[in-house]
Design a protein around this ligand. Structure first.
Ligand code: V55
Ligand code: FE
Length: 495
């Protein structure tokens, strides 16, 4: 409770779910060397775990905001010889720099330039807050509404906005690029290529030196949020969901996205060897929203898409245009099968992980082919109590591991008042078999207002942590992270 309601407003964050409790802005930058370690960090773990988060630097211009609109704050935990060091640093976006100078928020609602202060008209609102990409020896902070920001992997300082040396034609770039494990190509895309409400999508192949091998453009059936996509050995697939953007609504100052369940969910299938000229469109049997993807694979006659899917949009943030009272539905793990041989356009849907979950992960050395192991964040209310909902809904209490060969799901329960975040798989060695390695995740210790990084045996989650790396403070809840092996960073980085 705010006990100072009789004082005039100064610099205060709102008293709502986005800005209080474990979700409250942290805003602290710096380093902590030699974190406390309970147990033993496996000696194979030599490298840096890096992840992105949305940590509002200033109270919102219009009194409230959604959590997706916080400023990009990158956290890294560098591990070597059983030691761990934490670094936390804001991405120096144009938005961050302008607001820091003004000592207040200047940009308004999520991605809506019509709600910004006049003094930042025409300025880039990118928060760079969603994920990080390590490719061609460079680290980038990504947000789907703008261009990448290059970050120094050593100290997380910002080198500047990047268009990959003039090669990126879109004004935007996805936060979910995929690396092809066979040749190191980065397969990526951009939507809203021409800015607000644009229905243009571009597809890129970037080689391991950072050179664009191809840029191709196609039009979506309507403008919608294309947060993630899927790549198999031979195909690229986009699931176009009716989380729509309409220029007139944006111009009136409304939310950037609305859920329109009267529209169809479309699937675009693009053969990687032929590109967008050979695009084929399929339709899902009902209007649903893809949240995040595990992986895709094909076997000549079928294209298989494994992902989390919800029967509604993200209604707590982006309203339903037909039913303002509609409830947000939880995501389940679904397998969508596209029959490549058939002339029809329907996809077959099965619930292949019958758990509410999100933040799906596979062993990326085996992605684009059929994988055996699947990890995700989840809950198991029959065994362990749910936690009070935060801005993203109920926090996870568990991580799950689905072994498709045995058909079993094994859970790691993080403990009372504890919430794991997106897991990150790290192989034990470059040539270890699929799934042989570690799963690491930030864990919110909510009662203590603190965060840990927990390391598990990826194929034995129920055994509990191999190591718990304790932070002396809370770091803001995040979205997506990666592991960069020390040998990829080179000896000039101290590895
Ligand atoms: C997502 C996250 C975003 C965003 C749009 O997780 C979609 C989905 C952190 O920002 O802007
Ligand atoms: Fe995401």
């Amino acid at each position: 409770m705010n006990q100072h309601v009789n004082l005039p407003p100064g610099l205060q964050f709102p008293e709502d779910i986005v800005f209080t409790g474990y979700a409250a802005p942290v805003r602290i930058e710096g380093e902590v060397h030699d974190l406390e370690v309970i147990g033993r960090i496996p000696p194979e773990l030599e490298g840096i775990y890096i992840r992105n988060s949305a940590d509002h630097a200033y109270p919102p211009l219009h009194g409230k905001d959604i959590f997706l609109n916080g400023d990009g704050m990158v956290h890294s935990v560098r591990m070597q010889n059983g030691h761990a060091d934490l670094t936390m640093r804001y991405v120096r976006t144009r938005k961050f720099e302008l607001e820091r100078k003004a000592r207040r928020a200047l940009f308004g609602a999520y991605r809506n330039p019509f709600t910004d202060s006049p003094e930042v008209e025409g300025e880039d609102n990118n928060t760079a807050n969603t994920s990080v990409l390590w490719h061609h020896g460079k680290l980038y902070a990504l947000k789907e509404s703008g261009r990448p920001y290059e970050i120094d992997p050593n100290d997380l300082t910002t080198r500047g906005q990047s268009d990959f040396g003039g090669q990126l034609t879109s004004r935007t770039f996805t936060a979910h690029p995929k690396i092809d494990p066979e040749n190191g190509d980065c397969v990526a895309f951009a939507y809203n290529c021409e800015g607000v409400a644009s229905d243009e999508i571009e597809v890129y192949v970037i080689d391991k030196e950072g050179q664009f091998k191809s840029t191709e453009r196609f039009k979506a059936p309507y403008c919608s949020m294309v947060h993630d996509f899927m790549v198999s050995r031979n195909f690229i697939a986009f699931v176009i969901c009716p989380m729509v953007c309409d220029w007139e609504r944006v111009k009136r100052g409304e939310a950037y996205w609305h859920w329109d369940s009267h529209k169809l969910t479309h699937i675009a299938v693009i053969p990687r060897d032929q590109g967008v000229k050979a695009i084929r469109w399929y339709t899902a049997p009902r209007a649903v929203m893809q949240t995040h993807t595990f992986n895709a694979w094909d076997d000549g006659s079928r294209l298989v898409l494994d992902h989390f899917v919800t029967a509604s949009g993200w209604l707590s943030q982006f309203p339903d245009i037909h039913d303002p009272h509609a409830h947000e539905m939880p995501p389940f793990g679904e397998r969508w099968v596209v029959d490549l041989a058939s002339a029809g356009s329907e996809v077959k849907i099965e619930r292949f992980i019958n758990h509410i979950g999100e933040m799906p992960v596979v062993d990326n050395r085996f992605s684009m082919r059929r994988t055996r192991h699947f990890w995700f964040g989840t809950n198991h209310p029959e065994s362990w109590p749910m936690l009070p909902p935060g801005p993203k809904g109920p926090p996870f209490t568990c991580l799950g591991h689905f072994d498709e060969q045995t058909g079993k799901i094994e859970l790691f329960y993080a403990g009372p008042d504890s919430s794991p975040e997106e897991p990150c798989f790290v192989p034990r060695s470059p040539d270890a078999e699929e799934g042989d390695g570690f799963l690491m995740t930030m864990v919110g210790r909510r009662a203590e207002n603190r965060t840990d990084l927990v390391i598990l045996d990826a194929r034995n989650l129920a055994k509990g942590p191999l190591a718990v790396i304790k932070f002396p403070c809370r770091v803001h809840e995040g979205f997506h992270g990666i592991w960069v092996p020390g040998n990829a960073l080179g000896s000039d980085r101290g590895f």
